[in-house]
Design a protein around this ligand. Structure first.
Ligand code: PLP
Length: 469
């Protein structure tokens, strides 16, 4: 054995202890760590050395070069994009997933139980979100890949409706995607799948600067398609204003017309975790496919998301992702293989962090995380609403606050303000453009965020805007 490898192995206990200490130090000081760093210069890129350094020295190099510029993106005041953190249980599950290093493929015959763990975790997710067992699902790297997976099966369904097998013969005919406010990752998926992102029929949104689709206009667009099968991409929480399409109304249309109904509920699906907001997803159980991110509101480490696709489409799904010559199509728990069910072949034990976290905290734990984030975003929204310098760009519907400066004459000031605010390193938010305004978004999905963070940030915002005057 090579000497460093042998040496590392002989002291694995000490090495892991060191890593644990370093990890704890990060976790224990995450509130004080900067949420952004000025890093215009890339550190010099090293080439591989002939004889290596051993893990201890590699850690030293890492700590010198990279560790100081790692930002607190899993901390309580990283409100940019939709960035979750990691619960203690999910970190435990993630560490074990690395240690066990299983290849999650089949439920039988591979001497490995990881696919069974994944199937069980999918059931836990369905329970958590109040969805029926008529969905099957699996883990992918993120909501982008989940949208991709669902769109791929939808494409196969369209083909079947037209008497074609797209998986075998390719997309040889045009068809339409109907949607109002899709996430950019859905457009990327359409492009990857050869469907073409310009084959979209845009549905009008509801009156009053809404991002949710107008059901009336949706029906009008459907009639214009004259019975051609199509894919509807609907939103279970748009990114800007967390607007939800009316799933009950769409479910009614689905009884009348022929389409594949996909819901991108990457983070908004967690509205189902609490009484107060679960009406937002009423009717979503009637969809053909649903996207849910786990590295957002489930608070498990990257990369984790699930797709749910109705079991009745299992054959289409296996046709799409078939990897072996004789995929078994019987009972999903018997001889089931993820190899024939999703894009990747070899995968880590992806479900384990989510399994640990849901086992550890149950429905109540997630209800509290979700309710806490909703309460905090409302509180932050109230601060904005009562301020003389800021104003809301949209009502706070769930866990995101979309706002801008009250003085809207100078739009570039919004950018300057955000730059200065992020530069403090105490909070991180992202820019947006909504309803003809440059705006700023703050999204709350981290289990650690509390009221003190909201107050700290609001005081900071007042300081920054005063400095700008
Ligand atoms: C974040 C997000 C995505 C993309 O998710 P990734 O995890 O970054 O791949 C897709 N749709 C919605 C609504 C999102 O919020």
């Amino acid at each position: 054995m090579e000497k460093y490898l042998e040496n590392d192995w002989s002291q694995i206990d000490r090495l892991l202890e060191k890593i644990k200490k370093q990890g704890l130090s990060y976790l224990n000081t995450i509130s004080d760590r900067r949420t952004s760093v000025d890093q215009n210069v890339l550190p010099d890129i090293k080439r591989i050395s002939e004889s290596g350094y051993g893990t201890e020295k590699a850690l030293e190099i890492f700590n010198e070069k990279f560790e100081p510029v790692i930002v607190a993106s899993s901390g309580p005041r990283y409100w940019g994009f939709v960035t979750g953190g990691s619960t203690p249980a999910s970190i435990a599950g993630d560490w074990l997933a690395s240690v066990y290093d299983q290849n999650t493929q089949a439920s039988k015959g591979q001497g490995d139980v990881s696919a069974v763990i994944e199937l069980e975790t999918i059931k836990l997710m369905l329970d958590l979100l109040g969805l029926p067992e008529s969905f099957l699902g699996g883990f992918v790297t993120g909501a982008t890949m989940s949208n991709f997976t669902c769109m791929a099966v939808a494409r196969q369904w369209i083909g079947k409706e037209k008497g074609k097998d797209v998986a075998k013969d390719g997309v040889s005919f045009p068809f339409k995607i109907v949607t109002a406010t899709p996430h950019s990752s859905s457009l990327k998926s359409l492009s990857l799948l050869g469907i073409g992102s310009s084959n979209i029929v845009k549905v009008k949104t509801m009156a009053g600067n809404r991002e949710a689709l107008s059901v009336e206009d949706l029906e009008k667009q459907i009639l214009e398609l004259q019975d051609e099968p199509f894919i509807l991409i609907s939103s279970g929480g748009t990114v800007n204003t967390v607007d939800f399409d009316d799933f009950k109304a769409i479910a009614e249309l689905k009884k009348k017309y022929k389409f594949w109904w996909h819901i991108d509920a990457a983070f908004g699906g967690f509205a189902a975790c609490t009484e107060e907001t679960k009406h937002l997803v009423d009717g979503w159980e009637n969809a053909d496919s649903i996207t849910i991110d786990c590295h957002k509101w489930l608070n498990v480490p990257y990369e984790s998301a699930v797709f749910f696709i109705k079991e009745q489409h299992k054959l289409l799904q296996v046709e799409t992702f078939q990897n072996s010559n004789a995929p078994y199509l019987g009972d999903p728990l018997e001889n089931f293989s993820y190899l024939n069910f999703l894009p990747e072949n070899s995968r880590r034990l992806k479900a384990l962090p989510a399994w640990f976290s849901m086992m550890a905290y149950g429905k109540k734990g997630y209800q509290e995380i979700v309710e806490n984030n909703i309460t905090l975003s409302k509180k932050f929204g109230e601060f904005i609403d009562h301020s003389s310098d800021f104003k809301l760009l949209a009502p706070v519907r769930l866990n995101t606050v979309c706002f801008t400066l009250k003085d809207s004459a100078d739009q570039d000031k919004v950018e300057r303000f955000l730059e200065l605010l992020n530069h403090t390193g105490k909070v991180f938010m992202t820019p947006t453009f909504y309803n003809q305004h440059k705006g700023i978004r703050a999204a709350f999905v981290n289990w650690r965020t509390d009221e003190k963070d909201i107050e700290l940030v609001f005081n900071l915002m007042n300081e920054v805007i005063t400095a700008l005057k």
